[in-house]
Design a protein around this ligand. Structure first.
Ligand SMILES: [Zn+2]
Length: 234
């Protein structure tokens, strides 16, 4: 399971949440840092009584300039004892790639409608983003489906939520996210683009950039609101 914190970016993660090194040597007051989890809810039982653990797990993080191993800290629900991962707001649960990389590539494709995928990918590789045509195509299809709310996903992975699963385990729908952005005055236009991809990109523009959008999503829902599911090839 997963919590996504609006105060923690991938580049400041280790500074704020540690990396598991030197835990023994540090003086830590029990419960001192738990306030960072305020507003988070256990996906399994819905409790807000969560505590940071002194345990970390490794995952890859593919950022705009490099790919590195991010040590992700765990939290434990005090009620049902479920363990949950804590992610920075620019990460996507269940995916190595961060939102900056995905949306830099998709914006590039949108801004150059006449370019072929081969050209786009060559130019992106030249800029240091090692994307493939297949990957770019699957990101575009996945983000379009997310904008259309074609699938309801589990909030901790880009897989479809089964019908019986609890509300707390589900990723917020994109339309509900937009509704919240509208209530907060960020989204002003009621115009609704006809396809999901344009809808997501229009929403990002209303927030100025993708980072502000995902931080807002983490503030309001403690979720990675841009998480999307890639279609299976073929
Ligand atoms: Zn719980």
């Amino acid at each position: 399971m997963m919590h996504v914190l609006p105060t923690v970016h991938s580049t400041t993660y280790c500074q704020i949440l540690g990396d598991g090194e030197d835990v023994e040597g540090r003086t830590r007051v029990e419960g001192e840092e738990d306030h960072i989890l305020d507003g988070c809810r256990c996906a399994r039982c819905g409790s807000q009584d969560l505590k940071l653990m002194n345990s970390w797990v490794d995952r890859w993080f593919w950022g705009p300039r490099e790919t590195w191993r991010l040590k992700v800290r765990l939290a434990r629900c005090q009620k049902c004892k479920a363990r949950e991962r804590i992610l920075p707001f620019d990460a996507l649960p269940g995916k190595q790639v961060g939102v900056d990389v995905v949306f830099t590539c998709i914006e590039e494709a949108q801004n150059r409608p006449g370019a072929t995928f081969v050209q786009l990918v060559e130019d992106l590789i030249e800029k240091g983003i090692e994307v493939s045509r297949q990957l770019l195509a699957s990101w575009i299809a996945g983000v379009r489906a997310r904008g259309d709310d074609l699938f309801q996903l589990l909030r901790h992975r880009a897989i479809q939520a089964p019908k019986y699963c609890a509300v707390t385990r589900r990723l917020v729908s994109f339309s509900r996210f937009r509704e919240t952005a509208r209530e907060s005055g960020v989204l002003r236009s009621n115009a609704c683009p006809k396809d999901g991809l344009s809808l997501v990109l229009e929403t990002i523009r209303a927030f100025i950039n993708v980072e502000s959008l995902v931080r807002f999503g983490a503030e309001k829902f403690r979720q990675a609101v841009l998480l999307f599911r890639c279609p299976h090839p073929g």
